[in-house]
Design a protein. Sequence first.
Length: 166
Amino acid sequence: MTTNWNATIWSQLGAEIDMLDRAIEVCPEALWSDRSRHPQFWYTVYHTLFFLDLYLSGTLEGFQPPPPFNLDELDPSGIMPAEVYPQEQMREYLAHGRAKCRRILAELTEERVIETARFPWVEMPYGELLLVSIRHVQHHTAQLNLLLRQEVNHVPRWITRAPDPI
């Protein structure tokens, strides 16, 4: 893959990760930890970051999120974490995903782009999975922004591109 496309994908996926970070940052504690809401703000953030991390890996084989997280998010029964993960912990997981994304895109080759990414629920070229990741983060960030608009009548401003190149 050409460096230009790597930079383009980073520009957009990085911007979306930054928009997610802003939603986390401005979320009031009462909304963050409210387990009566569906979707739950904190859990939507966790789900989004977990799948960003997983899809960047390209396979379930050998995947392990950083501690204290585990693979329960893949449980088909829909098991939820017992405790609400704090905002700062989610921002640390976000930083992990952002760094992983930058590293992968900086090293991405044309061969890797066409390799098949395999999960029990989907198979597709890794390059397409990167685009799915943009859509997934964007989808859930939009949900979070709707919750913020409803609760505090404020959403973070739009980010057009990641501010830092790969």
